[in-house]
Write a protein that binds this ligand. Structure first.
Ligand code: BTN
Length: 264
């Protein structure tokens, strides 16, 4: 494990203060950086602002029951630890939006005009997934006590065993420095997460919706037993997707709806 400590980062959760113990813990192989982060929180070894990074995950976790694909050393696999947040659980959706917007903004610098944020937190370039986010929390009563922000970015992967993923390298033919990307992502998260305390819900929502895939466009959606046409109108404070269907506004949770945007 490689350990690096820096004092230069603004603590996103305490504006005007710095991460006094912002430590990068770099591993070669772990089961999952999110699991390592959670274990460290539970054993009391974690500090707010710690970053867990690995070259390879034996069991990288995706959303739901999915796994996260990455060959060794080729991609950014990272978890950011937030401890003792005391953030009201009703702010989880906003927290999610800020993390997604941060990741979007970093990737959009490399691939402007073709990067999009697909609800709730997939980042796409040319309609293919380039990054995924898995936020896990420990709640205490009505508060999020601790959070682990897991982010996977496909950087130098040359081939995927499925068609819906893409990497920086596949898009540009170039190879990228993963450490630099981690640094950019950390800075962007620091900038955006401060908004939890400094910005209104409306302005955070506006930033998110501005880059939301399919926003205000007529598209096809699928629920368990129905395919229908609708227009994404944005998201609400609970993080649900709002879709106008036949002039009526409907809201959906993540597991309730799929959208592939193919014409039916
Ligand atoms: C998704 O399915 O879109 C979420 C993918 C999240 C993957 C990242 S890789 C680093 C961190 N550790 C994990 O096990 N998962 C997240």
């Amino acid at each position: 494990m490689f350990r690096f400590t820096s004092t230069n980062f603004v603590n996103p959760l305490m504006p005007n203060k710095f991460f006094i113990q912002h430590t990068l813990l770099s591993y070669n192989k772990v089961e999952s950086t999110n699991t390592t982060a959670m274990t460290r929180i539970k054993t009391g070894e974690a500090h707010h602002g710690d970053i867990i990074r690995a070259n390879y995950q034996l069991g990288g976790k995706g959303q739901g029951q999915n796994t996260w694909y990455s060959t060794e050393g080729n991609n950014l696999l990272v978890s950011f630890i937030c401890t003792n947040l005391k953030l009201n659980a009703s702010k989880l959706a906003v927290f999610n939006m800020l993390v997604a917007t941060s990741t979007y903004r970093v990737i959009n610098r490399y691939f402007p005009n073709r990067t999009a944020l697909k609800w709730p937190n997939d980042i796409l370039v040319n309609d293919k997934k380039i990054a995924g986010i898995l936020i896990e929390t420990i709640l205490q009563g009505e508060f999020i006590k601790h959070a682990v922000i897991g982010i996977g970015i496909n950087v130098n992967e040359q081939v995927f065993p499925f068609a819906h993923a893409v990497s920086f390298t596949q898009l540009s033919g170039l190879f990228y420095n993963i450490d630099n990307l981690l640094h950019e992502l950390t800075e962007q998260l620091n900038l955006e997460l401060q908004k939890l305390y400094t910005s209104s819900f409306d302005s955070i929502k506006r930033d998110y919706e501005t880059v939301l895939y399919g926003m205000n466009l007529k598209r096809y959606f699928r629920t368990e037993n129905l395919t229908f046409e609708g227009i994404i109108k944005g998201i609400n404070a609970q993080g649900q997707l709002c879709i106008e269907v036949d002039n009526e506004m409907k809201t959906f949770n993540q597991k309730e709806i799929k959208f592939d945007f193919a014409e039916h």
